[in-house]
Ligand binder design. Structure first.
Ligand code: ASP
Length: 441
């Protein structure tokens, strides 16, 4: 029988109704043997995630303030779930331990991790699965980095013993047994680790959207979902702002060759997005896979006569940026010009000193700065085999009266990045979506 590791995000487990949906999903497929829950998320847009409540409550405890009310509010979230599910269980002992640990200053990571821990206890009881505390099987080393090898061994051994199990997301333990969490959203990482450890056939990541969308729904209403995306494409899109999954969650499953399926708890029949190591172009519905972008870049264009014959010119320029701790995003160049695209906020605070250093390092004829740059990345493995993709992008932008300030295409032909004015940001994404998707529907 195949094995699936299923991770459910905070909105999928925000209240008892959501728990019922989750249990139905799990029970619908016996391969869904290992379950990784997040802490209860927001029940509506004005609500607060339990993780945030725990941080705030712990901070209050550390300041020596009265945290009783905050603590009771957290407790109530869990009591409501238990009551809604009509479960015969009490977490009184756990809450007492947590309260004491708060007073004993057990640490912010410990505090936050209790969100997943308690949710895991309830879910295990509701599903009648074993509960495996992540602190017993997920290990960080002395330098606070995940010890993937030791963790995979421990997870595998333990899960083989217990059969079906719930393993809370987001945390593990340090060599001195204190609790340590991943960065925010880190239950995705736990799910990925568990999937790698048990060599699952698939890692299902259940959330509140039906996978990755071709572009940001705040710009294009109701965009098409992406059915299949490669890890490479995902990396490009995530880097340019598309988020659904914690970036570090990719590594363990990718290394083990396990695909990730992003699914929607509220619409379980939707296919969602499949993330795979490699995919052909047959299943590319459109030439492009996705469009993402960011506002707020600056280009620094350095001009110098005969630059192209001056050996080491580029290196010297980049060394100056490096010395000021500014990483560059792109570097399109001409015969006697070189443009460095950087994040505006990183650049502006060091601008004066950096320009001075550039002037003395390479003695340019001129340095020009354009502070009005947005970048839009058009990503897709399908571009490689299609002629005319670039032509279609630029025709679409030209029809939309957008002036293209910069173009960058990697030789992998996986993406084309265009630089435009900030005011053209949304228009550009809409125009590109229109030509590649709407007109193909
Ligand atoms: N509960 C944690 C957070 O809010 C981890 C997670 O949900 O993945 O960041």
């Amino acid at each position: 029988m195949s094995t699936k590791v299923v991770k459910f995000g905070g909105s999928s487990l925000a209240d008892s109704n959501q728990f019922i949906k989750v249990a139905n999903i799990i029970k619908a497929d016996p391969a869904r043997k290992y379950v990784v829950p997040s802490a209860p998320g927001k029940r509506n847009s004005k609500d607060t995630k339990v993780t945030d409540m725990l941080y705030a409550c712990y901070d209050m405890a550390v300041r020596g303030g009265d945290f009783a009310q905050m603590f009771d509010d957290i407790k109530q979230r869990y009591l409501d779930i238990i009551e809604g599910l009509k479960l015969d269980m009490s977490l009184e002992k756990e809450f007492e331990t947590i309260r004491h640990s708060f007073m004993a200053r057990a640490g912010r990571d410990y505090a936050a991790s209790r969100g997943e821990y308690l949710n895991g206890k309830i879910l295990a009881k509701y599903l009648n699965y074993a509960f495996v505390d992540a602190a017993e099987v997920i290990f960080f080393s002395e330098d606070a980095k995940l010890d993937l090898e030791a963790t995979c061994q421990a997870v595998k051994k333990r899960l083989d013993e217990v059969g079906n199990a719930v393993i809370p997301g987001f945390y593990g333990s340090m060599p001195n047994d204190t609790v340590k969490t991943f960065s925010r959203g880190g239950s995705d990482i736990t799910g990925s680790i568990v999937a790698a450890a048990v060599n699952a056939d698939i890692y299902e990541n259940w959330t509140d959207v039906s996978g990755f969308l071709v572009c940001d729904p705040r710009i294009v209403p109701d965009p098409e979902p992406i059915q299949t995306i490669t890890y490479h494409e995902l990396r490009e899109l995530a880097y340019m702002g598309a988020t659904v999954l914690h970036e570090e969650a990719i590594f363990p499953v990718r290394k083990a060759g396990i695909p990730i399926n992003i699914k929607n708890t509220n619409k379980p029949d939707d296919e969602g997005t499949m993330i795979v190591e490699s995919a052909g172009t047959d299943d590319c519905k459109y030439t492009i896979t996705g469009i993402a972008g960011h506002r707020g870049f600056v280009t620094v264009t350095i001009e110098k006569d005969m630059m192209n014959s001056e050996l080491g010119f580029g290196r010297k320029v980049l060394e100056v940026f490096e010395a000021y701790g500014i990483s560059f995003e792109h570097m399109p160049s001409g015969i006697d010009t070189m443009s460095i695209v950087v994040h505006k906020n990183e650049f502006e605070e060091k601008e004066e000193a950096l320009l001075k250093a550039l002037n003395s390092a390479v003695k340019p004829d001129k340095i020009e700065i354009d502070r009005d740059i947005s970048l839009v990345a058009i990503v897709g493995r399908g571009m490689r085999s299609q002629r005319g993709t670039a032509a279609r992008i630029f025709a679409a932008l030209s029809h939309a009266k957008v002036n293209v300030k910069m173009i960058d295409q990697g030789s992998s032909e996986l993406n084309i990045i265009v630089g435009i004015s900030n005011e053209d940001f949304e228009t550009s994404i809409k125009a590109i979506y229109d030509i590649f998707v709407v007109q193909m529907l």
